[in-house]
Design a protein around this ligand. Sequence first.
Ligand SMILES: [Zn+2]
Length: 299
Amino acid sequence: MESPNILYIMGAGRSGTTIMEILLANNPGITGVGELTHVFRDHYKKNIKCSCGKSAASCSFWEGILHTSTWNDDEIDILIQTLQKVESHATFMRLFFRFCQKTILQRYFHINKHLFNKISLISKTKTIIDSSKYAGRGLALLRLFPNYTKIIWMTRPPEQLVKSFHKKGLEQPSKTLINIIIYDFYVTFCCSLVALKHPASVYKLEYEDFIKNFEKTLSEVEKWADIDLSLTKSLLTNNSNFKVGHIITGNRLRKKKVVKFNPDTGPKDLNAPERLASLTIKFNRTIIYFFYKLLKPNY
Ligand SMILES: [Zn+2]
């Protein structure tokens, strides 16, 4: 069986990765699966509710993908650990400099091959969108499936990122301003390294540009990834509903069966420390992009 095409969405949390997956997956031949890296944890360990309304264990889509495998319950922990060892933020540099153990990488390859092939088979689609976000996962998938992987690297304006992470009471825990700055720096740095190594396979999508002119961004993605996104364009133009599909892990949008695209146009009520944090993030990104441009002037 020929491998399906993987469209991987990478970037910091709260960068619009889940909504972007939903928008792009609403086209024939494309299936979105949320943050696939957490599927074993959220399916077997937590039995989280799928966006179709059923629990993970009783969703027919995931049942077909996960329960036809030969993995037994004892092996699930090993699968979760293998994914973490290869692609987590903490192990990114080890992966980048190819210090990962061969046996772990081989196991990692088989897990993902199984997942993507099964998803393609069950959904009868050729392109799978995975919005796991980790730069490490993007790099690993590019190396293991070089002819079938493309990465959309999403970034969101610092002010929106700070406001979103600093807000309390959301499903995901909030971060302190210092932690947001460090987190954004590290994620931007890791994503830049992936793009530096594989410039033709990485498309940088600025959330702000997308909101300003979605037609232009989608046309560029269509050309670059060789996919048809006509339905996304027409649904956005008519402000219609987007089907969420079968997402187990993703942000709170996954709790709905359909969503409309209501872009966040940016907070206007940042306090002084939040403004300072946003400026620091902007400065950090400028430095990283400066070095990037220096090394890849034509990109
Ligand atoms: Zn489902």
